[in-house]
Design a binder for this molecule. Structure first.
Ligand code: SF4
Ligand code: SF4
Length: 426
């Protein structure tokens, strides 16, 4: 804790969130987080490590940085994967310090470059609006079918790494949103008397519609009533990570209303689930905290409730890979493994460092390819070495990043979401 004799945040230069500043003082510079930090592993630079970044953010908060924008590249290169939080014996809440500082730097930013303005426009006015995301994916699919994506690659209008990351957009049937409203278990299913609300996500829906359909079917088969609220909005995670908390708060408030009647809010995207569990911090209100307390990852929820519909046999060798925002962000590690262990004939194999980041981190792999690429390559190599025929992970960004790097490594290992392996026989 900061005392009157300790340094204080500068009102002129530092973050206005004194709590986040105070948390930076918890860092005792021990360096135990360094070996777990993916950017430090790749770059080997202190300022690109958690300890170095905390030092810079603290200096900024105390008004000791002459040009605040000079520290931006070091913070931009952070994946916000939170591996450092897991490693830290002092309980430093790095994510909160980072997000507060990013928001402060964004507020002070002089005149953003055109590319940055475009990225912020897309985040605020497209990514954060599900209807526009759906339309954008319709356009992308049309561009692929017409060969325009190939042409744009040939003409170098789209960077090579961006083309490599993005898998083909699924067809319209695959991208169809889940029907909104109340879904009830099929006739003959023993009902649990619990109604849950399902968050469908901006990327999970158009890119992995099969996962949303499997999640709904799994919950119904296990006797839960499921509401898919029509008024739900984007979780706001990408906006928070970009230092734009105010538009993220608008989305959070809309979700509080959309999910007001839910006993549990179920999420199958680790990044979205983590962001929604942090609405208490984002909004700083009691109803934000109450909403966060209702949020559950699908694996967390089903492990606690127990499966009543036995999963169908899956004769497969599979490796489970922890999404950062599930293991480090939400502390959910054992539950997916515990559920997968109940799948008959599924052989779970270990691979090297399953909690290491894959390099996806929202749109990080698009913005920071020189760091994201080696991180992704390392993940793919570990999975190939494990001998698994499938990798199982619960976040759409991780699924795309891992799939892209496996394919580039010449591997045909399948990439699946845990819910797909937990379905009972039809
Ligand atoms: S959040 Fe991840 S990338 Fe950022 S400092 Fe911590 S460990 Fe490193
Ligand atoms: S492990 Fe924690 S206390 Fe040690 S340097 Fe990293 S953030 Fe600071």
């Amino acid at each position: 804790m900061a005392s009157s004799s300790e340094p204080k945040p500068s009102a002129a230069h530092g973050p206005t969130d004194v709590a986040a500043y105070t948390r930076s003082l918890d860092c005792v510079h021990c360096g135990l987080c360094l070996p777990t930090c993916p950017t430090y592993q790749v770059l080997g630079v202190e300022a690109d490590s958690p300890r170095g970044r905390i030092y810079l953010m603290r200096a900024l908060a105390e008004g000791r940085v002459q040009d605040p924008q000079a520290i931006r590249p070091f913070l931009d290169r952070c994946l916000d994967c939170r591996a450092c939080e897991t490693a830290c014996p002092s309980g430093v809440r790095y994510g909160e310090i980072l997000e507060t500082t990013r928001a402060e730097l964004e507020r002070q930013r002089p005149a953003p470059a055109v590319a940055s303005r475009l990225a912020r426009f897309l985040l605020r006015h497209v990514v954060a609006r599900q209807g526009r995301v759906r339309f954008a994916f319709t356009l992308l699919r049309a561009a692929e079918v017409l060969g325009l994506k190939w042409l744009a690659g040939k003409l170098r209008l789209i960077p090579k790494h961006a083309l490599a990351i993005a898998p083909p957009v699924p067809n319209r049937r695959e991208r169809a949103p889940l029907p909104t409203g109340l879904h009830t278990p099929p006739a003959g299913t023993a009902r649990r008397g619990i109604k849950v609300a399902l968050f469908t996500g901006c990327i999970m829906e158009p890119m992995f519609g099969r996962v949303n359909r499997a999640t709904l079917r799994l919950l119904l088969a296990n006797g839960f009533d499921v509401e898919v609220p029509a008024a739900q909005r984007c979780c706001g995670a990408l906006l928070v990570h970009a230092g734009l908390p105010e538009p993220a708060r608008e989305l959070a408030r809309a979700n509080l209303t959309a999910f007001a009647d839910a006993e549990f809010v179920i999420n199958n995207s680790a990044g979205c689930g983590c962001a929604m569990k942090e609405y208490g911090h984002l909004l700083g209100t009691a109803d934000g905290k109450a909403f966060a307390a209702k949020c559950r990852d699908i694996s967390e929820f089903l492990a606690a409730q127990g499966l009543s519909a036995p999963p169908a046999p899956r004769p497969l060798r599979a490796a489970y890979d922890d999404p950062c925002h599930l293991c480090h962000g939400q502390g959910v590690r054992s539950q997916p493994r515990q559920l997968l262990a109940q799948v008959p004939e599924l052989q779970l194999v270990q691979h090297d460092k399953p909690e290491d980041c894959c390099g996806s981190a929202g749109i990080y792999n698009l913005l920071q390819p020189e760091v994201a690429e080696p991180i992704g390559q390392r993940k793919a190599a570990a999975l190939v070495a494990s001998g698994a025929r499938a990798v199982v992970t619960g976040n759409p960004g991780c699924m795309m990043q891992i799939q892209s790097h496996l394919r580039r490594a010449g591997s045909d290992i399948a990439v699946m979401h845990p819910v797909e392996l937990l379905l009972p026989a039809e």
